[in-house]
Design a protein around this ligand. Structure first.
Ligand code: ZN
Length: 329
C-alpha cells in the first residue's frame, strides 16, 4: 500500500491497482437493523458505482453455506474491480446480538476465505482500571495477530481509549507497530461534536509529529456535518450505517428519517427516476450525495476555501468555534 499526503489534509491511498482520495466515506453493510439481505446492499453499491464498502466478518460467518459461497464469489470479483472491500472484525454485530462467543479465531476462519483490501484489527476495549502500558501492549498484540491472519490487504489499527488519553495511546501504538492507518470509534472521542473535534485535532497533531502520512479512520461517523468538521480537524476516513437508514438533505447535509424522502425536494438523477423502489431510491440518492459532498470538501481544502463550505453548512458562531479548534483565522 502506498499512502501520500498530496496536500495538507488530503491523502491518496493506493493498493492493488486501486486508489482512493480522502476524505472518504465507506458505506457500512450490517445485518443489524437491515431491510435487505447483504446481497441487496452489495448489489446496490455496485450499481451506483460507489468505490468501496464495509462488510462484517460476523455477518459473513453467520451466512448459510450456500450464501457464503455466493458472497465469496462476489467479493473475490472485487479484487479486480476498482472497489475497496473493508472487513469489519465482527464485534459490532456480536455486541448487538449478545453473542459472547465471537472471537479472533472466528475472524480467522473468515479471513481464510475472504480477501479484503482492509481489515480492522480485533478490538481491545478500553478498561479504565488497566494501565495505559497494558492496554497498549494488548492492542499491539491484537493488531499483529489480525495482520498475521490476513492473506491480502492491510490491517487498520483499531484503537480504543478516552478523550484525554487518545493522543498518547495512539502515539505509543504507532511508535511500536507502525500501522499505515489508525481507526478510532467516534463515541469514544467525547460527548459533543466540538469536544470530539478537539480530540481528533490532538490525535492528528500527535500523528503529524511522527512525520509519517497516517490517515485516521473514524468508526461510526456517517453524518455529513460531522464528516466535514472532523476532516478539517484531522480525520480522513469514515464508516457508518447512516447511509442505509436515513435520507440526507443535499442542501443542508442534515439527515431526515428514512421515510421522509418526499419532504425534501431533490433533483438528483436518482430522485428524478420514475418507478424505482423507495428504499433503492433513498440509498442510491445518499451514495450519490456522499460522492459529491466529499468532492466538495476536497476541492475546498485544495483551493484553500474551507470558509465557503463551512459557511454553507454551519452557523457563523459555529464556524468560528471550529476554526479555533483547527487553529486557523
Ligand atoms: Zn436525490
Amino acid at each position: 500500500m502506498y499512502i501520500v499526503e498530496e496536500f495538507p489534509r488530503l491523502f491518496s491511498i493506493e493498493t492493488s491497482g486501486k486508489s482512493l482520495k480522502t476524505p472518504f466515506f465507506v458505506p457500512a453493510i450490517s445485518s443489524i437493523k437491515a431491510d435487505w439481505e447483504i446481497f441487496g446492499y452489495v448489489d446496490l453499491i455496485e450499481k451506483v458505482g460507489y468505490p468501496g464498502f464495509l462488510i462484517s466478518a460476523y455477518d459473513i460467518f453467520k451466512l448459510e453455506k450456500k450464501e457464503k459461497k455466493i458472497l465469496m464469489k462476489v467479493l473475490s470479483n472485487y479484487t479486480d474491480k476498482r472497489v475497496f472491500v473493508f472487513l469489519d472484525n465482527g464485534n459490532y454485530e456480536a455486541y448487538w446480538y449478545k453473542n459472547n462467543t465471537w472471537s479472533l479465531n472466528k475472524l480467522k476462519t473468515v479471513l481464510a476465505r475472504v480477501y479484503p483490501d482492509f481489515c480492522f484489527s480485533f478490538d481491545i476495549f478500553w478498561d479504565g482500571d488497566r494501565s495505559v502500558k497494558k492496554h497498549v501492549k494488548e492492542t499491539i498484540t491484537s493488531i499483529a495477530k489480525t495482520a498475521g491472519m490476513q492473506k491480502t490487504g492491510s490491517t487498520i489499527a483499531l484503537i480504543h481509549s478516552n478523550p484525554e488519553l487518545f493522543p498518547k495511546v495512539t502515539r505509543k501504538i504507532v511508535d511500536y507497530i507502525n500501522p499505515e492507518i489508525v481507526a478510532i470509534p467516534e463515541r469514544e472521542l467525547g460527548f459533543s461534536v466540538f469536544q470530539k473535534s478537539q480530540t481528533v485535532k490532538k490525535i492528528r497533531d500527535e500523528l503529524d509529529r511522527t512525520k509519517k502520512p497516517i490517515p485516521i479512520h473514524i468508526l461510526g461517523t456517517g453524518n455529513p456535518i460531522s464528516i466535514l468538521i472532523f476532516t478539517l480537524c484531522g480525520a480522513d476516513m469514515y464508516d457508518a450505517l447512516d447511509w442505509s437508514n436515513a435520507f440526507v438533505d443535499p442542501k443542508t447535509g442534515q439527515l431526515f428519517h428514512f421515510s421522509q424522502k418526499d419532504l425534501v425536494d431533490c433533483q438528483c438523477k436518482v430522485c428524478k427516476m420514475k418507478k424505482v423502489p423507495y428504499n433503492y431510491q433513498v440509498l442510491a440518492h445518499n451514495l450519490i450525495f456522499y460522492v459529491e459532498f466529499l468532492d466538495k470538501i476536497r476541492d475546498s481544502i485544495r483551493n484553500e476555501e474551507i470558509d465557503v463550505v463551512l459557511n454553507e453548512y454551519l452557523r457563523e458562531e459555529d464556524v468560528s468555534k471550529i476554526k479555533r479548534v483547527i487553529g486557523s483565522k
